[in-house]
Design a protein around this ligand. Sequence first.
Ligand code: NAP
Length: 487
Amino acid sequence: MTMLNQLKSAGWLREANYINGAWTGADDQRTLAVQDPGTGQDIGTIPWSGASDTRCAIDAADKAFKDWSTTTAAERAGFLHRMAAVIREHSEQLASLLTLEQGKPLAEARAEIALGADYVQWFAEEARRINGQIIPSPWKGRQLQVTCEPVGVVGAISPWNFPFSMLSRKVAPALAAGCTIVVKPSEFTPYCGLLWGVLAEKIGLPAGVVNVVTGDAAAIGGELTGDARVRKLTFTGSTRIGKLLYQQSAASMKKLSLELGGNAPFIVFDDADLEQAVEGAIAAKFRNSGQTCVCSNRIYVQDSIYEVFAQRLAERVATLRVGNGFDADVKQGPLINEAAVTKVQAHVADAQAKGGRVLVGGKRHALGGTFYEPTVIAGATHDMLIAHEETFGPVAALFRFTSEQEAIDAANATEFGLSAYFYSRDLARAHRVARALESGMVGVNVGIITSEVAPFGGVKDSGLGREGGRFGIDEYLNLKYISLGGL
Ligand code: NAP
């Protein structure tokens, strides 16, 4: 039996919506085919649902909220601990499903599934720590107390680049807080979204607590934002769509988390450990073939080490093996679709036209499909597209700088503010630059920063709210102040 058939027959790949505890098609039976970006082959279909199926899912979540919100913290923690255990027990199947629909190398898929389990476990633990507060009263005979309540039904919209872990940090805190949820995954990677229905079923969650609807993004998003029963929208995706959903949510005054685009600077000072900086740049730039929101487009290198850093990075990038994510030793999978390749090509062509020098890569890979050669461009300047837009592909552009202040100013010269990285062995500089960078997250001498224990999120056009860490659950809670008199 092929791996695809195994995933289908074992029930990990489901080609239906999960609404109110049942697997259903679209109301008008429309479907959409889903392709493996590694081969271009169809791997299955999904319901092409719209507003009415979404309304059914909201109905179910609204009904389930009444009982779920009154479960004890220990009960909710128990469900989530079981969910984390199921994910870990079946991590190989889940990682295969992820590589199949997303294309990333299996080693990266395994890491994403493990991270997803870690988020679920973290929020299982946090469920038991949703504490209120007693405030010293300014009035005699009164007690002032603050309690935390679940916000209500949550709508969650997620992207294709981390289709499993992005949802783990939405579904788990929502459930831990006592909320119910309606999930809409990306049409490019729907099966990792539908997995949350599979997991809900496996651990015996009550019907309606988790619902997953696939299909027409604008119609589903319109319903999720337009329905006043949905009290919270959590979105990860592009800044353009995030702003649209922000506007759409205004009428019903929803609580919002928006995890949006980035354009991370990566600064290498001349006092850095060069080899570590090269490895950090590889991690920060080329993970998931450059398709991460915390990827660095803009690598700023100080004058005196510019040439040697450029040469070392290009040599290292030339060793990254490109291929199908299931093949051994592959470090770079395909891009998600043809539109992604077109954007990368446009950024590289623009950089070359403006004087950029391609040190390695710079074109489609000989494998064809949506494979693109890992690329390093030297001589990048701020008038290039790559300096201002997310490339979302395997292209590292090297900019030159002289002074620390010049590097900070250039790093901050963007409307985005998600993550930033720099390498330096000077302790005072490490503190100074970390404070000066306008960014929600900063990596100092590291290229990978995501962890379930830390708050993930951005400033400026990179969004609102934080996922993970002890702050992650606050996004799903309302505070209630009770002033208790007559004591
Ligand atoms: P996207 O086009 O904004 O899509 C994200 C999600 O929104 C998908 O589920 C998409 O559905 C849906 N969507 C599209 N149009 C919509 C509409 N009118 N109403 C409601 N939903 C709509 O972004 P993407 O290309 O998938 O993801 C890449 C972007 O996500 C990048 O900008 C990246 O930086 C950002 N990102 C941010 C973070 C973070 O934590 N800050 C993490 C990962 C990614 P379909 O796919 O089905 O069209």
